[in-house]
Design a protein around this ligand. Sequence first.
Ligand SMILES: [Zn+2]
Length: 437
Amino acid sequence: MNNDTLLKGGKMLEPKTAAAIVRAVEQGFDQQIAFTQDLIRFPSTRGQEHAVQEFVYDALKQRGYAMTQFPMDRAAIERHEGGGKFSVDHSDAPIVIGTYSPLETRGKSLILQSHTDVVPTGPRDMWRFDPFDPQIDGDWLYGRGGADMKAGHAAMIFAMDALKSAGLAPAARVEIQSVVEEESTGNGALMTYLNGHTADAVLIPEPEEEMLVRANVGTLWFEIELRGVPVHVREMGEGASAIDAAYRVIAALREIEERWNAERHKHPYFNDLEHPINLNIGKIEGGDWGSSVPAWCRFQCRIAIYPGTSAADAAAEIENHLSQFVKTDRYLSDNPPKVTFNGFFAEGYVQEPGSAAEEVLARAHHAATGQPLKSFTTPGYLDCRVYRLYNNIPSLCYGPISENIHGFDERVSLSSVRRITSAMALFIAEWCGTVEL
Ligand SMILES: [Zn+2]
């Protein structure tokens, strides 16, 4: 055979090739699910991702990828407009990247990226199964982080494995990136970009219901701290409760939320969503015991912002609104709340239709599922923003059907994982092109 029949870079897949790839995904699927369960067994909440990152490093190294790992560069992140704000809780787990390089490049390069950090479980007695002891019931695989996004993580690795089992190798560079801090700052994904990693497209298999994310919101995290005047409750009128003051500040923040939601018609992909901007008061603490007027209160907030609004502008708007509000409050005007941005400082993104990468994904999705590829807008943060906004490359967020992510009994559909793994493998083969091994 000459090179022209061996190399299929950038061409549509032949049905025979596509069928061989899908067959290879099927054959590797039991192993893929076992690997997904291995990932879920690591309780990799924020700051606890070292062991799972090491496990991923070994898994990729065994497969022959050229391995690299690096820490967060705090100074570089802080210099960047999209850098999440550091706090004592920031993870110091490394970022792990495995790179496949072809002997000769004929197709387009690709970054496959997933995060290994997972959100806290909440009370364990609210779970049907232990959150870090993954169980299968029918079509569902249960476990914290299984859907978000260890199923996708395993899928990107096994999609590449399937090509190899089918006797094919990508005809362009493919990076498999395993990041942390997706759930709190987005700094892991940002760090890969700041360290010079790029490609012709990026695909992140977050649990997106087998759809492509067309647009999503940005996210800000901030803490508000209030000081009160502690007195015995019998003289309460002479004191000032930091907890009561927190109620009033939260009400003022709800006004911003309402105003931003009312502006949704100005944002093309957000018009149809009823409430795209959600403010969450995610954690609150304060006071010392039942019979003293509380001297302190601290609470953690998360709010969304539209694509096109910079994090800095949104932060300034929040601060301005609060400083106007406190002027109207007798106590707070002399004791203003302290606002600290302490996590996500991220703009949202829009992946406009018409990219070549989306066309290839649509074909791959159709071949794997029999359905046309749909797109949607999601009101949650996604790491795809990094490569879309700063690197300006097609950034595809697409992954399996799931339920209860961030809730109790998080679960991912196994039949859906199978379909999206096939779609990803077909996508890689067409986007990167293939050579026969
Ligand atoms: Zn996620």
